[in-house]
Design a protein around this ligand. Structure first.
Ligand SMILES: NC(=O)c1ccc[n+]([C@@H]2O[C@H](COP(=O)([O-])OP(=O)(O)OC[C@H]3O[C@@H](n4cnc5c(N)ncnc54)[C@H](O)[C@@H]3O)[C@@H](O)[C@H]2O)c1
Length: 282
């Protein structure tokens, strides 16, 4: 019998996780708070399957079968028979805690309760439940169908069994996992990109090198697909400012202190691709 997955949040990440999981044979129920959000999510999934089909990377029949395995709902009660629940709502601790409090009362015993948070400590999410041993981080990357990594994050009380089940789930969707053994703020990936972006911004603001040259150094010198400043423009300078600020607040480590020019860019609205201007003009 197909295993059951519930995904909470049909945004960019939730719909991507639903998409790759249905393709891997999971029966997926996708939950959001409005029908509009669910329609947007499903439209994105269909468009993505169509793209894979038109490129010859997915058979049309397999795409149709995968779509047939996804149902949508606005009712949280639909998580009741899920083996794995993945939460992918806004990056706000109060919103996530409210969902996990409810999941604790609704999900079946032994279900894996996972969060796709990119930086919130899993322990803080798990603490609102009576089963912190079942809570784990499954941090997928955007766009989910293309990015091969899943960062598994242990909370303070996450059990070995939960971690193993989360790994099994992520690997079933074709991802390679890394394990973060202690849920330090920013985990491994957000810490690494934050440290790199902060240093790149400092080099840029002090006139040591242009944005183009800093990015070229990382691309051609280190084989990065994209330089840190181009990455900041793509992700959103505001998002990275928020991430580095949180890591700095929690760690008090100066290397994560957001540089002044980054704060001023955000104040001025130059937040990257979505505003047309960041470190580059778009
Ligand atoms: N966007 C990225 O590149 C990226 C990468 C890795 C991890 N993340 C993390 O994934 C999570 C989701 O990010 P996203 O980019 O998909 O956000 P998004 O804004 O695209 O989607 C969030 C969705 O959650 C829904 N939602 C809000 N409250 C809800 C609730 N109570 N129940 C059900 N649905 C609810 C919203 O309606 C929306 O559809 C965040 O924690 C984010 O930090 C994002």
């Amino acid at each position: 019998m197909a295993r059951k997955l519930a995904v909470i949040g049909a945004g960019l990440m939730g719909s991507g996780i639903a998409q790759v999981s249905a393709q891997a044979g999971w029966d997926v129920v996708l939950r959001d708070i409005t029908d509009e959000a669910l329609s947007r999510g499903m439209d994105g999934i269909k468009a993505s399957y169509d793209k894979f089909v038109s490129k010859g990377k997915l058979a049309e029949a397999d795409a149709e079968a995968a779509l047939g395995r996804i149902t949508t709902t606005t009712e949280l009660e639909a998580v009741a028979d899920a083996d794995v629940v993945v939460e992918a709502v806004f990056e706000k601790i109060e919103v996530k805690q409210e969902i996990f409090r409810a999941l604790d009362g609704l999900a079946k015993d032994g279900a894996v309760l996972a969060s796709n948070t990119s930086a919130i400590p899993i322990t803080k999410i798990a603490a609102v439940t009576e089963r912190p041993e079942s809570v784990v981080g499954t941090h997928f990357f955007s766009p989910v169908p293309m990015m091969a990594l899943c960062e598994l994050v242990r909370g303070y009380k996450t059990s070995d069994e939960t971690l193993a089940s989360a790994r099994e789930f992520a690997e079933s969707t074709g991802k390679t996992c890394i394990v973060v053994n202690r849920d330090v703020a920013g985990f491994v990936t957000t810490r690494l990109i934050s440290a790199l972006v902060v240093e790149a911004v400092k080099l840029h603001e002090s006139g040591v090198a242009t944005a183009e040259d800093i990015d070229t150094a990382c691309r051609l010198g280190f084989g990065h697909a994209m330089g840190p400043l181009a990455t900041a423009d793509l992700t959103g300078v505001d998002i990275l400012l928020h991430a580095t600020g949180n890591i700095y607040t929690e760690s008090q480590d100066e290397k994560f202190a957001p540089p002044e020019s980054m704060r001023r860019m955000v104040d001025a609205g130059d937040i990257g691709r979505k505003s047309g201007q960041g470190f580059y003009r778009h």
